[in-house]
Design a protein. Sequence first.
Length: 120
Amino acid sequence: MRKPLIERVRERKVRHKQHGKLYRISFVVAAVAVIALGLVFIPLPGPGWLIVAVGLGMLALEFDRAERLLEIVLNRLERVSEQAASAGPLSKAIALALVVLGTAATVAVIVLWDIPYLPG
C-alpha cells in the first residue's frame, strides 16, 4: 500500500532543502504560477482544484504553512472524489452535460470573439 500523499511530500521536502538558493527561489516562483493558473481554472470546467493542489504541493516543499494548506486541500479533494464516486447515474449525466456545455461555450467564445488561444 502506498503512503499517503502528504507523507510523501514530507519525505520529498528533506531532499528539496538540499538544493541551492537560486533553484529554490525559481521553484517557488513556478509554484506560485501553477497556483495562479489553477485558481483561474476553478470556475471553468476542468481540473482547477487539482492544479491548485499541485502548486501547493510544490510550495509545501519550501513552506510549512503551505504544507498545512495542502493537507486541507487534499482532504477536500478526497471528499469531492468520494461524492463523485457515490453519485447516481442522473447526477453523473448532468455533470457530464455541464462539462460538455461549458467546454462548447468556451470554444464558442474563443471563436466568435476571435480570442487568441495559442501564443504566437
